[in-house]
Design a protein. Structure first.
Length: 228
């Protein structure tokens, strides 16, 4: 019988390492978050973003646009929201409560990083986007959701171990391609997707560490105290 852990294995094998990785990613993602809040650094970031925008214009090809448009659809709410619902329902059905808590926290936190932060910064989109866009630019919702969903899927569906590490690399690579596709389509600035991708992975890894730590403490508080 399942004990609340998918595949009867722990969500993580090393939550202290996951905490450190999540902290590093929060710092990386937070740099543009802080930089865009102040005029001198915001101007510098915008200059870099404009250079990258010009480079993306020069690289435009029909094949590249077609491929990037596929990523545009994959990262849209038409795909990510059903995935969130279906995976949540699957975890309930299998009674994998630790994984379900992780999934709910990661998905909720990733969504809170999109709409409210966009409204707070109200950053205009790049010029001449190649796909329809809505709302503000920072951070990239596709980058946040793509990274959070991809990494979280690996965590809940694959037991901890070498195979998961390999698939986590694939998930991060997918998140990177998703982020770059948004720049290529001129739907976002580079800083939008850089922050979004880092924060999306940080949310997934941090949520896994949090839920795993709480579950370990619930099972054996003394062991958690010794590990700390």
């Amino acid at each position: 019988m399942p004990d609340g852990r998918l595949g009867e294995r722990p969500l993580l094998r090393n939550h202290p390492l996951a905490w450190r990785l999540s902290l590093i990613l929060w710092i990386v993602g937070g740099l543009p978050l802080v930089g865009l809040a102040f005029d001198p650094t915001a101007e510098l970031i915008q200059r870099v973003d404009m250079r990258v925008w010009e480079f993306a214009v020069d690289l435009e090809t029909d094949a590249g646009v077609a491929l990037a448009t596929v990523f545009d659809f994959i990262g849209s709410s038409w795909v990510t929201v059903p995935i969130m619902v279906v995976v949540g329902a699957f975890l309930i059905w299998r009674r994998h409560w630790e994984s379900l808590w992780f999934w709910a926290i990661a998905m909720t936190a990733s969504q809170l990083l999109i709409g409210p932060v966009k409204a707070l910064y109200a950053r205009p989109r790049p010029l001449l986007p190649l796909v329809p866009t809505s709302s503000y630019s920072f951070p990239s919702g596709h980058a946040v959701a793509g990274a959070a969903v991809a990494v979280s899927l690996v965590i809940v569906l694959v037991p901890a171990g070498p195979e998961r590490r390999n698939l986590e690399i694939v998930a991060v690579a997918f998140a990177g391609l998703m982020a770059l596709s948004r720049v290529f389509l001129r739907a976002h600035w580079l800083s939008d997707v850089g922050a979004g991708g880092a924060l999306g992975v940080a949310v997934a890894v941090g949520a896994a560490a949090l839920v795993h730590y709480v579950d370990d403490w619930r099972r054996d508080p003394r062991r958690v105290g010794r590990a700390g």
